[in-house]
Design a protein around this ligand. Structure first.
Ligand SMILES: [Fe+2]
Length: 182
């Protein structure tokens, strides 16, 4: 199956599960606490384009749908029209510092959802933990938070020092809710 078709199926399955649950009623304790900031790192590039998907079909790597909701503290309400400025390493662990491969801006929908079709970020020697960098902005473009999303079960997290949120990775879908105290 082509990656795009696979991700479409994964996306529908994921959104179904998100719709089925009331906000955070089935979340672990602390899940509705504000998302913690994390370091920006040296590889951010401003002015990344708005995108529908982050990785093209010919991008090497394991397909990944990174999805979830952006909510206010306590998971009280969704934040629609907010911007996720996302960047991560390619399958070999390299960043595109010349162009905008695996860099892009996504907008949350009316229910605060985001769905980013991409590949699993590669590990790189300086920082072998898998991670996705992002900045969150309000609909007017004001920057509110810089953080990194990690993946539950990554053995590289064991040493600590990674305050950003953990996505639950299962079958090519990584789910994480992001919480802003706005
Ligand atoms: Fe990084």
């Amino acid at each position: 199956m082509e990656r795009r078709a696979l991700l479409k199926l994964l996306s529908l399955a994921s959104l179904g599960s998100l719709t089925a649950g009331a906000a955070c009623s089935d979340e672990p304790a602390g899940a509705c606490e504000p998302t913690r900031s994390d370091v920006e790192g040296p590889y951010y590039t401003a002015q990344a384009p708005a995108r529908e998907r982050l990785a093209e079909d010919d991008e090497p790597g394991e397909p990944l749908l990174l999805t979830g909701r952006l909510l206010t503290a306590g998971c009280a309400r969704p934040l629609a029209g907010y911007l996720l400025d996302v960047w991560h390493a390619d399958d070999s662990g390299a960043y595109d510092n010349e162009g905008f491969t695996l860099r892009g801006v996504f907008t949350t929908d009316d229910e605060g959802r985001f769905a980013i079709e991409t590949i699993l970020p590669g590990r790189y020697p300086d920082r072998p933990v898998r991670h996705v960098h992002l900045k969150l902005r309000d609909p007017a473009g004001e920057e509110l938070l810089t953080t990194q999303i990690y993946f539950e079960g990554d053995e590289q997290l064991a040493g600590g020092g990674y305050p950003g949120p953990r996505a639950r990775l299962d079958g090519g879908i990584a789910e994480v809710d992001l919480i802003l105290d706005v």
